[in-house]
Design a protein around this ligand. Structure first.
Ligand code: NAD
Length: 299
């Protein structure tokens, strides 16, 4: 079974490497020449083009930034053959990029119309998870296709959840990250309020982490230095999960909120808050750095 792996960026390269070291035949490609060089140096076989990598491949994995990139690569640009045209018949297309639910469904439809099978399989766990093969995969597609791809997910990650049909992996990702954004803002607001009331960070942490305020944004990603020594706040908010990526994911949530007509006041407000954060100096900081904006230290 030959696997084409397209998109060898921060996430894609370590994922492709883990697939190759677990014994799969992997051929990679990226439109960015330095990424191809890095893959070659990391011991991943590389092709001269995306279609070269995908020709006769029975599995095609993509790990791009945007839905437009995924749909463009599937279809082909400027009349050239795309990945769908050159892969082996009945190939399994697995898109691991984080893209909108409607874009993921469009990708499924294109793959199906071309006689292929497909899964949307976004991940969480970041670059560290990609490097250590501890990613979590959220997967949308049929039971059969999910089971066929399971060994591949297990070579790149630790947790794999089949969320339902086409697009529902992306739906799970967008819903989870909306919870995360809202809860990170809530935790940061509580710490700033506690400061103004004379409450120490440690005292608030000791209470909330053992009470109903307990959540990942507090106990793992604590936005103040001290209580959780491994949180980004202890290293001047170096990510972690960058504000730009959180803002991107909230943009996808906003699109889904608009498409479904859900009220989601908190989700929409979180998008506004992180948009402003990412437009300023927050793009490259961990998203827990939002506490500095709330405190008024940085605007
Ligand atoms: P990245 O920009 O580092 O990598 C994407 C790569 O895709 C780039 O190298 C780009 O040149 C390549 N690419 C684009 N179009 C291509 C094409 N047609 N053919 C071949 N290569 C092409 O991005 P990343 O950080 O690796 O993230 C990838 C995806 O994973 C994004 O959707 C992101 O939202 C998601 N994600 C990222 C993280 C993270 O911590 N970085 C965590 C979870 C999810």
């Amino acid at each position: 079974m030959r696997i084409a792996f397209l998109g060898l960026g921060h996430m894609g390269l370590p994922m492709a490497k883990n697939l190759a070291t677990s014994g799969h035949e992997v051929v990679g490609f990226d439109v960015f020449p330095a990424a191809v060089d890095a893959a070659r140096e990391a011991g991943v076989a590389v092709a001269h083009s995306g279609t070269d990598a995908a020709t006769a491949a029975s599995v095609v994995i993509t790990m791009f930034q945007t839905g437009d990139q995924v749909l463009g690569a599937y279809r082909g640009v400027d009349g050239a053959d795309g990945l769908l045209a050159v892969a082996a018949s009945d190939a399994l297309f697995v898109d691991c990029s984080t893209i909108a639910v409607d874009e993921a469904r469009a990708a499924h439809a294109l793959a199906e119309a071309a006689g292929h099978r497909s899964l949307d399989a976004p991940v969480s766990g970041g670059v560290v998870g990609a490097e250590n093969a501890t990613l979590a995969f959220m997967v949308g597609g049929t039971d059969e296709d999910f089971e066929a791809a399971r060994p591949l997910f297990e070579a790149m990650g630790r947790r794999v959840v089949h969320c339902g049909g086409a697009g529902l992996g992306q739906a799970a990702k967008v819903c989870n990250n909306m919870i995360l954004a809202v809860s990170q803002i809530a935790v940061a607001e509580a710490f700033v309020l506690g400061e103004r009331l004379g409450l120490s960070h440690q005292a608030l942490f000791d209470v909330a982490s053992n009470a109903s305020g307990q959540c990942w944004a507090l106990t793992t990603n604590c936005p103040v230095p001290g209580p959780v020594p491994t949180s980004p706040a202890n290293r001047d908010y170096q990510p972690g999960f960058a504000g730009a990526l959180m803002n991107k994911d909230l943009g996808l949530a906003e699109k889904a909120i608009a498409a479904t007509g859900v009220e989601a006041k908190m989700g929409r407000l979180a998008r506004e808050i992180y948009q402003e954060f990412a437009d300023g100096e927050g793009a490259g900081q961990d998203f827990s750095g939002i506490i500095n904006t709330i405190r008024g230290d940085r605007v």
